[in-house]
Ligand binder design. Structure first.
Ligand code: FAD
Ligand code: MLT
Ligand code: ZN
Length: 419
């Protein structure tokens, strides 16, 4: 008889390691379980758009694969060249087109998960509808590797749009951003695929590290100017995905005419080709990559009622004078009510985080927001969960964790607060 030795070694599932809250990084002596070699595409059905792939497939590779069949992955994010689909699912990543294609809870059709006791939970269906019992897959979407290791995924892809338009607008105020958003929803309707915003500080930083501002060249110091060639206080990136170029352009032109005539946008440019569209996207996607060049970065990823989003940035900004060189900047998925508030400072000030973080979390909690819109809690934000979740909700989460992982060997010290 073979005796079985149970060692109860803890492990950290690791995908592309692009997560922003330390979820894929061991805290003590956990073993890193890399999914990188589980990188096979298992099947794609061009009739339904259902893709089945191992969890270690890189998001960009999956998108390139389904593009051959005129489909696209239902999520897109700046880290697509290195993040893995298993990591996306485990963080419930949102990204740049959630506004159009919805959250992963809608597009994930099925999962294969290895449980803490070694059993394989096979939920790898490709059905759109399946009401046979509790929808277990949802437990693993966004549970940050604390309940099981995702090994394969089945996901609904969307038809690839034959017509894509990208517009970049300069705006005088955050109120104008929200007015333009509301017009975009009404006038672009079903073809609206992304609505992102950034403020002047983001534009300065992004253009200092490789992006080009299509509405001006020199990195001007006079934010607030409406002169062409200078930096506007705010920018909006609006994208459409459609199937009829002429029809989509007609809608876009009517939208642009309206936002200009009503004085909501001061300046704007429409990408005339794929290269110009990717240059515009680079301004937005390049912010995250540019920030670490500025020194220490403190990142907050919050959900808020849309009209309040930039007020938080301004209130934080007003408190930063005591830390020379520290800057607050705001950008994000305004179409989804998701603000990325970042503070950068030439050096790390130990007391900055200690003073600003409780202020941010309190502010968000008072506004009925969420202290983690899309990045998760990992090890950096786990102890802040009560700002957003009730003690009862956290107790239920703990019960689920104890049921599925009684020895706490799956990604310990993450997502749930210390007892
Ligand atoms: P990792 O970082 O390796 O892991 C993340 C978490 O998932 C960890 O807790 C890990 O243990 C767990 N995990 C990973 N793989 C598995 C698995 N197979 N089974 C179980 N658990 C697993 N996020 C957004 O939501 N929207 C964005 O727009 C966005 N943009 C980004 C842009 C940049 C430049 C960067 C660097 C990050 C961005 N992110 C964004 C953060 C986002 O969470 C990740 O990029 C991505 O979803 C994580 O995938 P990953 O494979 O790198 O996972
Ligand atoms: C983004 O939207 O760019 C990301 O979530 C990454 C970030 O905020 O750094
Ligand atoms: Zn984001």
């Amino acid at each position: 008889m073979v005796s079985q030795i149970i060692r109860r070694l803890a492990l950290v599932p690791q995908g592309g390691n692009t997560g922003l809250v330390g979820g894929s990084v061991p805290v003590q002596d956990e073993i890193i379980l890399s999914l990188s070699r589980m990188n096979k595409i298992l099947s794609f059905d061009p009739a339904s758009g259902a893709l089945v792939a191992q969890a270690g497939c890189i998001l960009q590779n999956l998108d390139d694969h389904v593009a051959q069949h005129n489909f696209l992955m239902p999520l897109d994010l700046g880290a697509k060249g290195s993040c893995q689909i298993g990591g996306n699912i485990s963080t419930n990543a949102g990204g740049l087109r959630l506004l159009r294609y919805g959250p992963l809870h809608g597009s994930v059709l099925g999962l294969e998960v290895v449980l803490a006791n070694g059993q394989v939970l096979d939920l790898l269906r490709t059905l759109r509808k399946d009401n046979t019992g509790i929808h277990l897959k949802h437990l693993f979407i966004g549970s940050e590797g604390t309940l099981g290791v995702v090994t394969a995924v089945s996901i609904q892809c969307a038809p690839r749009p034959s017509s894509v338009q990208v517009v970049f607008l300069g705006l005088e105020s955050y109120a104008a951003v929200t007015q333009v958003l509301s017009k975009a929803r009404k006038m672009l309707g079903e073809i609206l695929s992304a609505f992102e915003f950034l403020d002047a500080e983001c534009m300065r930083i992004s253009t200092s590290f490789g992006s080009v501002n299509p509405l001006g060249s020199a990195p001007a110091s006079d934010a607030g100017s409406t002169q062409s060639g200078q930096i506007f206080p705010f920018y909006a990136l609006v994208e459409t995905h459609g199937s009829n170029g002429a029809h989509d352009r007609e809608k876009l032109d009517a939208f642009l005419e309206a936002v200009m005539a009503d004085g909501e946008a001061c300046d704007g440019t429409v990408a005339e080709n794929v290269h110009q569209a990717s240059q515009i996207w680079k301004i937005r996607e390049g912010i995250s990559e540019a920030l670490p060049h500025c020194g220490a970065v403190y990142k907050y990823d919050v959900s808020l009622p849309t009209p309040l989003m930039h007020r938080l940035v301004e209130e934080v900004r007003a408190q930063l004078a005591q830390w020379p060189g520290a800057l607050a900047l705001g950008y994000g998925h305004v179409g989804d009510g998701n603000l990325h508030l970042n503070i950068v400072s030439p050096k790390a000030y130990p007391d900055l985080k200690a003073q600003i973080e409780p202020f941010v979390f309190e502010w968000v909690s008072n506004a009925n927001g969420s202290i983690s819109a899309e990045h998760g809690l990992g090890q950096m934000k786990a102890d802040a969960i009560y700002h957003t979740q009730s003690p009862t909700a956290v107790d239920v989460m703990r019960s689920i964790k104890n049921l599925l992982d009684p020895q706490h060997i799956l990604n310990p010290y993450k997502m749930l607060p210390k007892d």
